[in-house]
Design a protein around this ligand. Structure first.
Ligand code: HDE
Length: 713
């Protein structure tokens, strides 16, 4: 059963009528070519000319229509989050949340609410690479029975700035510099760091941006956060502050920087391909929805302002309550129609979910609707299939560019007698949207609240929470990013600024960028940590990971089959990589097809690498620089590396430490060292397979150090 069939079988809530996009799909297979006016076309390869060598005639309506349509095929890319990838799925609550919110989609565990999710990078243009260092967007549209609810989040829980009025400045600074449009999709340049050092409220977000979170291994292995503080409202009208979280069931995992950079060249579509393939294979990504809630009366009980988007609510203090699960199970049919045209608005809420005075959120409530008008060319973008609510729409709004609905009757105003005052206003009993009656009283003033002034405590909290490898990655990222800044004054100011986060961190940054270390170590008054923000504490599983198997002619067939079966049973995917495409033959004459050759495949595209035994196969691989480089690079990137019998020779030759030594003294003895799993002279591969799966599940083996590079011969 393919993923589409599976999706169609899922019973979506009453009224959703299965797949809402069905009416709009058009399949052109086995049809005759027509113009847009449905006139059949006889020849679409030659324009109408005055003589076969003569000029083209303007009366050629097919030519004109075809070219005109082509000339208008592009719409403006999103000003931020231009590069994205969308997928369909559904959400299901685990339990009723009626006590906290009247949002219907959070009440009945038997209801499956359809969703569309768009993952994105923020800075790069539509054609930029997936694996750049950046924040990832994680935007979810819930097509609920009460109308559309958009949870437009990111994969980091905080933001660069506190007030939306600074968003254009922040985005101008991080985008490519205006004089030469360099660099693409990167924060590693002068204008961004100039903005940072002049905007200390960015400190906490910079720590996240320079952490491993900014280079996710997969959209499937990323958390999502609503970032802003929202409100839950229950049927009694009681409000609670709420923050939203998505937690991936595969855990939170990242690439290493060298790998991310190489992938940007070898497979710029790495993240989108990963989720596309996973869904096509039926490995549906799943994320649990969690909420942190704070009672209204506790608003001021914390050492930070709960409306400040540069602050997390530490999970250890305010626990995340898991309330449901989202399953992504269907790829789009058409990227433009769905992923490009989807329009998220932070202001799209349903009864039971409301806003707060968070000044970043308030600005977002304006910006998203506004941006869709220019991007999608008018006020009717809600009628584009991907944006249409499943719940019925009735109002007196009319006309505008590209109106699809054919509104009947004469009434497009309220009040009216002709239509008995309909469509009529809904009441609370109809679950009409009732804004939370928050009491607001203040002077009009252009000022930042004093409670927003603490820029550094949580940046320090984040730093304190990192494992040693995570800390090292952050320092390396500072060296790369700030090392790319030409202006030495800005570089120095970065050191001075981050001395407020941690003195040791500032000293380490200075070392790598030719700046002066701080004379006195920073204040770093905060000693607390939040283990929940460290990826060291995440879920670990080998499921859905991808292993490259290096083999050549003369491999050991039984060994390979045992390995592949064991991986399959553990939910691990495998791919045969060899010198040439086509069939290769085992030492006993059996054949297997190669999936990728060394020109196309690179270790950076896999989570682990395994080398099969067989004398002739191993000898052949030993002569290939590509094979030596492949395993060496996987080792350098801290991945699981395994080999059995003669295959171990390849690991040894590429200077991988900790492999089983040659000879007969360790017959069949399994050797495991920091994710390198090897065995020689073994007949039973079960112990090896079990150990290798564990090594894959670990994701990376950070304790490895200073591996020499082997470049392909
Ligand atoms: Fe956005 N943001 N944003 N943003 N944002 C947009 O809307 C904006 C912010 C986020 O896949 C734009 O349709 C302002 C935080 C995502 O289509 C625009 C501010 C968070 C996406 C816009 C923020 C986000 C956007 C550009 C500061 C995490 C992609 C195109 C107050 C909670 C949605 C568009 C998609 C897109 C404005 C800050 C998430 C211009 C003014 C914080 C995931 O409207």
């Amino acid at each position: 059963m393919d993923s589409m069939q599976k999706y169609n079988q899922t019973k979506i809530y009453e009224g959703a009528k299965n797949d809402q996009l069905q009416t709009f799909r058009s399949n052109h297979t086995d049809q005759k070519l027509t113009t847009n006016q449905a006139v059949k076309v006889i020849n679409t390869d030659d324009s109408l000319k005055a003589g076969s060598r003569g000029p083209t005639l303007i009366e050629d309506f097919h030519f004109r229509e075809k070219l005109t349509h082509f000339d208008h095929e592009r719409i403006p890319e999103r000003v931020v989050h231009a590069r994205g990838f969308g997928v369909h799925g559904y959400f299901q609550a685990y339990e009723s949340m009626a006590q906290y919110t009247k949002a219907k989609f959070l009440q009945d565990p038997s209801v499956k609410t359809p969703v569309f999710v768009r993952f994105s990078t923020v800075v790069g243009s539509r054609g930029s690479a997936d694996t750049v260092r950046d924040v990832r967007g994680f935007a979810t549209k819930f097509y609920t029975e009460d109308g559309n609810y958009d949870l437009v989040g990111n994969n980091m829980p905080v933001f660069f700035i506190q007030d939306a009025i600074k968003f254009p400045d922040m985005v101008h600074a991080i985008k490519p510099e205006p004089h030469n449009e360099i660099p693409q999709a990167s924060s590693a340049h002068d204008t961004f760091w100039d903005f940072v050092v002049n905007t200390p409220e960015t400190a906490h977000m910079i720590m996240w941006l320079l952490s491993d979170r900014a280079i996710p291994r997969s959209f499937r292995m990323m958390e999502g956060f609503g970032v802003n503080t929202f409100r839950f409202i229950n049927a009694e009208g009681k409000g609670r502050f709420v923050k939203f979280h998505w937690k991936p069931l595969l855990g939170v995992h990242s690439l290493v920087w060298d790998e991310a950079q190489k992938l940007a060249g070898k497979d710029p579509d790495y993240n989108r391909r990963d989720i596309w393939d996973a869904i096509n294979m039926g490995e549906f990504p799943e994320y649990e929805l969690g909420v942190q809630m704070i009672d209204e009366e506790d608003e001021f009980k914390f050492g930070f302002d709960i409306l400040d988007a540069t602050k997390i609510w530490p999970e250890e203090t305010i626990p995340v309550k898991i309330i449901g699960k989202m399953t992504l199970n269907r790829n789009v049919d058409n990227f433009f129609a769905e992923t490009e045209q989807v329009a998220f608005c932070a202001g799209n809420v349903v009864p039971g979910i409301d806003f707060t005075n968070d000044p970043l959120l308030q600005g977002r409530l304006f910006s998203y609707l506004d941006t869709q008008l220019i991007r999608l060319g008018g006020p009717n973008f809600h009628e584009i299939p991907i944006n249409r609510p499943i719940a019925p729409v009735h109002n007196n709004q009319r006309d505008g560019y590209h109106r699809m609905t054919i509104d009947q009757g004469t009434v497009s105003y309220h009040p009216n007698s002709i239509q008995k005052n309909t469509p009529e206003s809904a009441s609370d009993a109809d679950n009409g949207y009732l804004h939370y009656a928050e009491k607001v009283d203040g002077k009009k003033i252009r000022e930042r609240s004093e409670s927003f002034r603490d820029n550094y405590s949580q940046a320090t909290l984040f730093w304190n929470s990192m494992s040693e490898p995570e800390k090292q990655h952050i320092i390396d990222a500072f060296h790369f990013e700030v090392g790319s800044v030409n202006d030495k004054y800005i570089r120095q100011r970065v050191v001075d600024m981050f001395n407020n986060v941690d003195g040791q961190l500032a000293t380490e940054i200075a070392k790598g960028i030719g700046a002066t270390p701080p004379k006195t170590a920073g204040k770093a008054g905060v000693t607390a940590s939040s283990p929940a923000v460290s990826q060291a504490n995440t879920i670990k599983t080998a499921k859905t990971r991808k292993v490259a198997i290096l083999v050549d002619n003369g491999f050991n067939y039984t060994e390979l089959m045992q390995f592949m079966d064991a991986m399959k049973n553990a939910g691990v995917n495998t791919e045969i990589v060899s010198k040439n495409l086509g069939m290769i033959t085992s030492e006993d004459g059996k054949q297997i097809e190669v999936g990728k050759n060394f020109l196309k495949a690179a270790s950076v595209m896999y989570d682990a690498v395994y080398v099969t035994g067989g004398r002739q196969s191993a000898d052949s691989l030993l002569k290939q620089g590509d094979a030596l480089h492949f395993v060496n690079e996987a080792f350098k990137h801290a991945k699981a590396v395994g080999a059995t019998n003669e295959g171990v020779d390849l690991l040894a030759a590429s200077q991988i430490q900790g492999v089983a030594t040659a000879g007969t003294e360790n017959n069949g003895e399994l050797v495991t060292e920091l994710g390198v799993v090897t065995v020689r002279n073994a007949t039973d591969l079960n112990p090896f397979n079990g150990e290798f799966i564990k090594a894959i599940a670990e994701h990376r083996h950070w304790a490895r150090k200073n591996q020499k590079d082997i470049v392909p011969a």
